[in-house]
Design a binder for this molecule. Structure first.
Ligand code: MN
Length: 499
């Protein structure tokens, strides 16, 4: 059964479309195009990601308060409190009250606070940024680099953490082009030289994989070849002496099957025919990455000198890998991307037949009904609020805690804990619970007793022993890497000092 089209949803989008067009009628972009095109592009991305009419409308209106005379009261009166909230969440702070870096970081802090209440705020911001990056060529040179590096440092990791691969990858490659133009050119050349041949070899593998599965009467599979993003290829090449032959996943074969158990069966079939490379078999179905990514990965020798990565997943896992958190908003009938074109007539024509329905999160005020905000977002906001850091410090701690390279370690029960690289067992303990952190007496990593100075590595299994009599020390503070652990230790130390 298809969801019946919602007249209200269509009317809402149309109203927002016309409102934004009028409000921005005197604005032009650097490209001389009407500013309104930016709003349509932002809304199109949101529609493509399957977000509902309210989010799409907020996308159309997202710059009205910041750039036009429109007030919050008008938006609320015309579109309601929920859309006002979404628009305000993506609006930068006033130019008068804040200046320069301060305005920038305070705006970012504000974005996070709004995001912790409604994750759609961040999705709108990312859709906004995507169009800004796509049209960056028209922006004055001196601004380009600043916007691009901000994208790379802040918005790309955010898109990654939300698991929105589609956004993350395009943003990353666009930002790469402007931040490291020489390296970008170099990578493009490498791909031009070698890419075609690598793809040809992969397509050959694809054919024999299909044949093998047909022989096994395993017909419900789809396959596709994917090429690595330019920036991620660049980062990997740096670690591999710039030798593309040393990278096994420049291109990978994706196998999409109906169910999770089909995934394991498919892996069995692959390993029955092609020899896997030891140490490269990853079960992200049983152990999803912290951003939610699920798949089975293996790397195989093709038998004629090539080595390729194969990724096996279900359709659902595939959709979540591409759209991440946004996939939880996706309509059953797929996306609404066809709703948008450059003119409203086209939009109107399509709407009566569209599958528009209300946002699943429409129960804006009702607690518990809103889409789940990832724990790291709320954690970040709590930390920032309780420490009241200076703007510069805020960005620094943001980067240290959330944007630097992460490691994923496990509790003895197999729960994943996501920490910054070089974290100590102290950080791990506090990430589990402050009561555990406050009473660490010893640590085992992978079954062996280790000191608190140990730097945890990806995949470690960490066990913390506690004693009531054990308390945080200054040394712990120095060893801790995360803001969370440091904050708890500091307050424990202050308490003892007062006694
Ligand atoms: Mn904008």
């Amino acid at each position: 059964m298809q969801t019946p089209p919602s007249k209200e949803g269509a009317e809402l989008i149309t109203k927002a479309y016309e409102f934004a067009q009028k409000a921005h009628k005197d604005h032009k972009r650097y490209s001389e195009e009407p500013y309104f095109t930016h709003l349509v592009e932002t809304a199109k991305t949101l529609a493509e990601f399957g977000l509902g009419p309210k989010t799409i409308s907020a996308g159309l209106l997202h710059d009205t308060i910041e750039d036009t005379k429109t007030t919050g009261e008008t938006i609320e009166k015309e579109f309601g409190a929920e859309i006002l909230f979404l628009v305000q969440g993506t609006t930068k702070l006033g130019k008068l009250k804040y200046r320069g870096v301060e305005r920038h970081t305070e705006s970012l802090r504000k974005l996070f606070v709004a995001t912790s209440q409604d994750i759609r705020v961040l999705i709108i911001k990312l859709a906004d940024r995507l169009d800004n990056m796509r049209t960056l060529a028209h922006v004055p040179k001196e601004k380009q680099k600043r916007i691009a590096s901000e994208t790379l440092e802040i918005y790309v990791p955010l898109a990654y953490r939300l698991g929105v691969r589609k956004l993350h990858r395009e943003l990353e490659d666009l930002a790469f082009m402007y931040t490291y133009p020489d390296e970008y050119k170099k990578i493009k050349e490498v791909l031009k030289r070698k890419g075609g041949e690598i793809l040809k070899r992969l397509e050959k593998l694809q054919k024999s994989v299909k044949k093998t599965f047909a022989k096994e009467k395993f017909t419900a599979i789809q396959t596709e070849c994917r090429i690595k993003g330019l920036f991620s290829l660049y980062k990997k090449l740096q670690r591999k002496d710039m030798d593309i032959e040393k990278i096994y996943d420049v291109a990978a074969l994706r196998i999409i099957v109906p169910t999770a158990s089909d995934c394991y069966q498919a892996l069995g079939i692959i390993h029955g025919v092609w020899r896997p490379l030891p140490g490269r078999i990853k079960d992200y179905i049983a152990f999803p990455r912290p951003n939610g990514y699920q798949s089975l990965h293996t790397t195989i020798f093709t038998g004629d000198g090539s080595i390729f990565e194969i990724q096996i997943r279900t359709q659902q896992m595939h959709r979540e890998a591409e759209y991440g958190i946004a996939s939880h908003f996706l309509y059953k009938d797929g996306s609404m991307k066809h709703l948008f074109n450059q003119n409203i007539e086209w939009l109107l024509q399509l709407l009566p037949n569209s599958k528009v329905q209300e946002d699943k999160s429409a129960s804006f005020k009702k607690k518990g009904k809103k889409p789940k905000v990832p724990k790291w977002v709320t954690q970040l906001v709590e930390e920032q609020q309780s420490t009241s850091l200076e703007p510069q410090e805020f960005i620094k701690s943001l980067k240290a805690d959330f944007f630097e390279h992460r490691i994923f370690v496990f509790t003895p029960k197999g729960d994943v804990v996501d920490l910054p690289i070089e974290s100590s067992p102290i950080d791990f303990a506090y990430a589990i619970h402050s009561d555990i952190g406050d009473h660490i007496s010893g640590t085992k990593v992978n079954g062996k007793l280790v000191s608190l100075e140990t730097k945890l590595k990806n995949g470690d299994i960490v066990q913390i022993d506690i004693k009531e009599a054990s308390h945080p020390t200054q040394k712990w503070f120095n060893l801790a890497k995360t803001t969370l652990a440091k904050r708890h230790i500091k307050s424990a130390l202050q308490k003892t000092a007062e006694v």
